[in-house]
Structures are given as C-alpha cells and as structure tokens.
Design a protein around this ligand. Structure first.
Ligand SMILES: [Zn+2]
Length: 388
C-alpha cells in the first residue's frame, strides 16, 4: 500500500519497560491513579505458586492499596472463569484491575475490568465494537513474552468444547503495560521458544496483513522481529539472561501493538483448530503450520518476506524469492534449535484428522480475510498435509 494511504492506529497510553519494574508496581499505579485503594490482581494458580506475586503485592500494599487476588485463571479461559473473575471484582469492590500472567490472565483481566464497570452481559460483548460501557482502570503485567495481550484490544473466551469467541473493543486497551523480564526468568525453554515464535508470527502476519497494514504497524513489526530473532535462542539457552528476556518482552509487546492494528491471518487461522481440538499450546500450534503457510503465501508476499529476511537473517542476499525462502528456513531453524516439535504427528495428529482441521480453519473467516493470498479449504488441507 502507499505510505500516504489513510489509516488509523491505536494502542495503550503507557508502557514501562524495565527489569524489576514489578517490584515498584505500587508506585507506578499510584502515580497514575492516586485515589485508588482497592485493587484486584488476576493470575493463574501456577504463577501464584512461583511466589512472584508477592513482590508486586507488597509494593501495592506499601502504597496504601488493599489487594485481592483472583488466581483461578485456566489456559484458554472458559466463560465461567471470566464471569467468576468479574464477580470476584464486584464482591471486593475493586477500583482497578491488574492482569499478572500470560495471555489468558491478561484477557480475563480485560473482561473483568469491563464487566465490573458496566451492567452489560458478556454474551452481548462478543464480536467487534460491541462493548458499550466504560471499564475500571486496567494495568497489564505479562509473565510470558508472546501474546502481546498487554497492548491489544482483544480477549478470547472458550465458549464450548472447542469453540472460542472474541471480544474486540477499544475499552480493552489497558491504561498501562509493565514489562519486567524478571517475571519471565523461570519459564522453561520450550515455553520461551513457543511463545517467542508466536510473537514473531504476530510481527510477520502484521507486516503482510492485507487491509490494515500501515506505516506504524510496519515499523513496530520490523523492530519486534529484530529484537525477537536476535534474542530468542539466547533466552532459551540461558533463561536467566535478563537482557535477552527483556528484549523478548519488548519485542512481543511491539508485535502486539503491530497486530492489534494490522491483524494476523492464515497462520493463526490454521493454528486455532490445532489448539482447540488437540489442546496444543497457542505458540506451538502457530510454529507447526508457520513455514507451510509462508510457502503458500510466497506468490503474494515474497517481497514482504524478503524485507523481513533482511532483519532476521544476517547478510542475506540473492533474489527476492531466495531471500524470502531464507526467512522461512530461518524460522524453521529457530524451532529446531530450541527443540520444540516441528510436525503435526509429533503432537498426536494423524492423516485422518486433516479434514476436520481444514473444515474448522475455514470458520476463521475474520483471520483468513487478512491473509495476503486467498486460501480455500483445499489449500488449508494441503498445508496441514505438508505440516504432518
Ligand atoms: Zn498468536
């Protein structure tokens, strides 16, 4: 698209990127919301067990705030979890909500802040732009470097056995995102790899997004890929490398800002059924189909992929096609070096499952519409077959 084409761009008003910042969370909240006395922290039981909630909690209390902790968030949060978190917020008369966790905790925090602030039902909020009221003040503190949920305006809820619904609304942008690598230092390398590749996919898909790609999302996607590709292997090899961890968190955050405005496409559309049916983690699902979707997209997006290869692959040269291929190979190399699964069979998927996967992928029309190349059911099935 032309650099002077009309576009709009939104993001959060405040970001603090600083190792150790969670230990002065109370100060960061009090500076912005001096009147707040009752705070709800939304997290998951696994993160609560790490003891890493204690520091931020003490900091909030030190600044005169009462802290209630809702720690029942589950991965791919089901509707009852969201409703329970909102009820918990109301019961404690919370004035501000803090999401402290991965994408699931941050998504639940977004919806708890909206539901506790309005009388609208969750069912009425699904879809794009359907939230009518204002939310409680919202702060997001990610503990994985992947989803970028701290800076996006979307929350995903599991509404049935394998079905998911999304709430997309400007109210879901937080007031503040706090990026503190010390919260991610304990993550196993497999999780670091899968979530980091997910963030790289956000950047790649934003950069090739069909309708809403714009100069700001491009700039963010490029810088995100630079930070993520330079640090993902380091962060996997030495989880205590705080500089690499901080760079990963910032990269995931920038990629989140990019795809919140220039949305993701077929990689995510084909990854969702893998997660929904086979309970494979989101980052890994994306990584499994990524090279095959990029190869499919080549004829429409080789120029963009070649641009990105210049960031991910040092000294890349050759024709546009050769450089674009180098990006795909580099992404496969990262998956290989970090030791995560690279084929669908390794996560328990067989030939007989491919039709169902293809059928479900085609339901992701919102995402498929962003893909640089039109994708049919036959194409989807062929991509899954290549990934088997
Ligand atoms: Zn993703």
């Amino acid at each position: 698209m032309s650099e002077t084409a009309a576009f709009s761009f939104s993001t959060v008003p405040g970001i603090v990127s600083e190792p150790g910042a969670a230990l002065r969370l109370g100060q960061l909240v009090a500076e912005r919301f001096p009147a707040i006395r009752r705070v709800l922290v939304v997290t998951d039981p696994g993160f609560l067990r790490t003891g890493l909630v204690d520091g931020p909690r003490a900091s909030l209390e030190c600044h005169g705030m009462q802290v209630a902790i809702y720690s029942d968030v589950a991965a791919d949060p089901p509707e009852p979890v969201v409703l329970a978190a909102a009820e918990f917020a109301r019961r404690h008369d919370a004035e501000l909500v803090i999401g402290l966790g991965g994408g699931s905790s941050m998504d639940v925090a977004k919806l708890a802040a909206v539901l506790a602030g309005t009388k609208q039902s969750l069912a009425a909020m699904y879809g794009i732009g359907n939230v009518t009221g204002a939310r409680l003040p919202l702060v997001q503190v990610p503990t994985t470097a992947g989803t970028g949920s701290e800076v996006t305006n979307i929350a995903i809820v599991t509404t049935g056995a394998t079905t998911k619904m999304g709430v997309v609304a400007p109210q879901l942008y937080a007031d503040l995102a706090v990026l503190d690598a010390s919260l991610t230092a304990g993550l196993p390398s497999i999780v670091t790899a899968a979530t980091g590749i997910d963030a790289m996919v956000h950047a790649i898909e934003a950069y090739t997004s069909r309708h809403k790609k714009n100069p700001l999302s491009d700039m963010l996607a490029r810088q995100a890929l630079f930070l993520l590709s330079a640090n993902i292997v380091k962060a996997c090899e030495n989880g205590q490398d705080l500089a690499a961890r901080q760079a990963m968190l910032l990269g995931a955050c920038l990629a989140g800002q990019a795809f919140s405005n220039a949305p993701v496409a077929a990689v995510h559309a084909l990854a969702y059924p893998i997660g929904g049916i086979f309970h494979v983690a989101h980052g890994l699902s994306n990584s499994l189909v990524l090279p095959h979707v990029l190869r499919f997209n080549m004829q429409a997006a080789a120029g963009h992929y070649a641009d990105l290869a210049g960031i991910v692959v040092p000294h890349v040269s050759g024709s546009e096609d050769a450089r674009a291929q180098a990006l795909i190979v580099a992404m496969q190399q990262i998956a290989k070096i970090t030791g995560i699964e690279t084929t669908l069979q390794q996560v328990g998927i067989a030939e007989r499952d491919l039709d169902r996967l293809a059928d479900e992928a085609m339901l992701q029309t919102r995402l498929l519409g962003n893909n640089p190349r039109e994708l049919t059911r036959e194409d989807a099935r062929a991509i899954y077959a290549a990934a088997l």
